[in-house]
Design a protein around this ligand. Structure first.
Ligand code: G4P
Length: 530
């Protein structure tokens, strides 16, 4: 098999995630990307040919379909302008922001989708904080411009005020939200008009229009749009790659995923602005160069995607070297070797065997049982990636198996959910495996855990509430003293981490003040951002 050099293959790759509030249009946008990338044949509708529109390409879990939320994350690959685009899907619901965080660890940038009528919603804010925490540059796509919504300049203000980042429009809309005519490309000043197609199932025909003609065609809007566009240029609000990469600015694109207006501009932005994969920083502060032997980051474990197989997939982002199917990789955490005979790329529910992959690509390794989320898998040269921090859980429930004859299944299921990072499993010295505490960032995680324990592992469970409201990371030394106190208990995770759970923040603050010698570390996203 012909294998290319990893650096030059990396240079033509863009790996990013889309984040948005549920309903802002992430699924529709993903479909339209595929349409423009030629991955759907000519009709976007082929993906939408499904029961209800919710079971889109990247949604597969039964529960997601019932609830209409996206829980699992998929990766899609397609080509556009000779560039290989790797698109990572993220769960839309804030309860799964920890998953989003992990997906972003595998991405080089993000696209934040806003609904033109809603602007920045709470969920977007929380996900944005996740981006910032990871220092991921992000592009903003203002979607649904075909529908009545906010005023473009106000949206820019909102982005600036709420996210503390400079919005720099790459395109500027002609026509208010609800009467969308076309886009001015800010750097060239060129005006592109669009035409609608039936159900937006084919690419939107585009015409380049000169100023005098635009004045005739779009008399209601042209003058104002041009003035605003000019003003923004004068103010220096033009997309700038350096400030974008430093997360100081966000290039803004306007459009409508439904009618395909502006999709091409956005994809061009992906190719021109998003950085290609580069050398990856390792846990010891050194880097893994692209040309070094194969190494990948496990950013997500997923089980039971295929009802008939119930297999387990480790999603891996290739960080260096060339992946060739069949190679024997080592998992950094266990030191165990495993075969990669069943490597796949994923296209929603469809999986295809992958033979070769390069930095930036996403692989699904089937039945890679000895790996865990955050793990490095490598050949020849060992490496470890910086640890993916756990989010501060905010909800805590005791879980017990309903039928004790199913205890083995229960234990296996709980351990697996923990390894996948679907929920945090905390054990104390008293109830241990019998009734661990499940700790979650959002309530929906409990629903997923309960559903999966019952349906996937055959162990129906009962949840009972606990008095805990807040968690801090602690250690072996601080444990005895904390255990001796009222209103706090110490639990252990399978990875050895100790967590102190407090009944109230007030009590925790007192302990912090009165016993400064105790280790009580904050965790990521404590206090429910957004
Ligand atoms: P999500 O993945 O972010 O949750 O959003 P999704 O793409 O599922 O879109 C949510 C709703 O918004 C869908 O409507 C979708 O058709 C609509 N939508 C997406 N992009 C646009 C757009 O650019 N303009 C307009 N007007 N609507 C858009 P739905 O009623 O839930 O489904 P459907 O009946 O339209 O298929």
């Amino acid at each position: 098999m012909l294998v290319n050099d990893p650096s030059s293959e990396a240079a033509r790759r863009r790996t990013f995630a889309i984040i948005s509030h549920p309903d802002a249009g992430k699924t529709t946008l993903t479909e339209k990307f595929l349409l423009y990338g030629g991955a759907l044949g000519k009709e976007a509708g082929t993906v939408k040919a499904r029961e209800g529109r919710r079971s889109a390409t990247s949604d597969w879990m039964e529960m997601e379909q019932q609830r209409g939320i996206s829980i699992t994350s998929a990766a899609l690959q397609f080509e556009y302008r000779d560039t290989v685009i790797n698109l990572l899907d993220t769960p839309g619901h804030r309860d799964f922001s920890e998953d989003t965080y992990r997906v972003l660890a595998a991405a080089d940038a993000a696209i934040m989708v806003l609904d033109a009528a809603k602007g920045i919603e709470k969920q977007t804010l929380k996900l944005f904080e996740v981006c910032r925490e990871r220092e991921i540059p992000f592009i903003t796509f203002v979607n649904k411009w075909d529908r009545p919504g906010k005023i473009a300049l106000e949206l820019l203000d909102e982005i600036e005020q709420t996210l503390i980042v400079d919005p720099t429009p790459v395109t500027w809309p002609v026509g208010i939200a609800g009467d969308f005519r076309g886009l001015i490309h800010q750097a060239s000043g060129q005006y592109t008009r669009f035409e609608r197609t039936a159900r937006g199932s084919t690419m939107a025909p585009e015409t380049q229009v000169e100023s005098d003609q635009a004045e005739e065609l779009d008399v209601e809007w042209w003058g104002e749009a041009q003035e605003e566009a000019e003003l923004l240029r004068e103010l220096g609000r033009l997309a700038d790659r350096d400030t974008f990469l430093n997360c100081e600015s966000t290039p803004v694109f306007f459009g409508s995923a439904m009618t395909n207006f502006g999709i091409r501009f956005l994809l061009d932005g992906v190719v021109d602005l998003i950085p290609a994969p580069s050398a990856r920083t390792l846990a010891d502060g050194t880097t893994r160069a692209l040309d070094e032997p194969f190494a990948g980051l496990v950013f997500k474990m997923q089980a039971g995607m295929d009802k008939s197989h119930r297999d387990r997939i480790a999603f891996v982002r290739v960080c260096s070297g060339v992946f060739e199917r069949g190679l024997i990789a080592t998992a950094a955490s266990s030191g165990r070797q495993f075969s990669t005979k069943y490597a796949q790329t994923l296209f929603g529910q469809d999986r295809e065997t992958v033979d070769t992959a390069y930095p930036g690509d996403i692989l699904g390794l089937v039945n890679a049982n000895d790996v865990r989320v955050g793990d490095a898998v490598y050949v020849d040269m060992p490496c470890e990636f910086p640890a993916l921090p756990a989010f501060a859980p905010e909800h805590f429930m005791r879980v017990r198996v309903k039928d004790t004859s199913k205890f083995k299944q229960f234990r296996k299921g709980v351990a697996q959910l923990d390894e996948e990072g679907a929920i945090q499993v905390l054990r104390d010295d008293f109830l241990g495996e019998q009734a661990p505490v499940l700790a979650a960032v959002g309530q929906l995680q409990f629903e997923v855990a309960t559903h999966r324990l019952e349906n996937e592992f055959g162990a129906p469970v009962a949840l009972t509430s606990t008095p805990y409201t807040i968690a801090r990371k602690t250690d072996v030394e601080s444990t005895p003293k904390l255990q001796a106190m009222q209103g706090v208990d110490v639990f252990k995770r399978a990875n050895g981490t100790h967590l102190a759970l407090f009944e109230s923040r007030y009590w925790m603050d007192r302990v912090l003040t009165d016993f400064p010698e105790l280790t009580l570390e904050r965790m990521v996203a404590e206090g429910g951002l957004g």
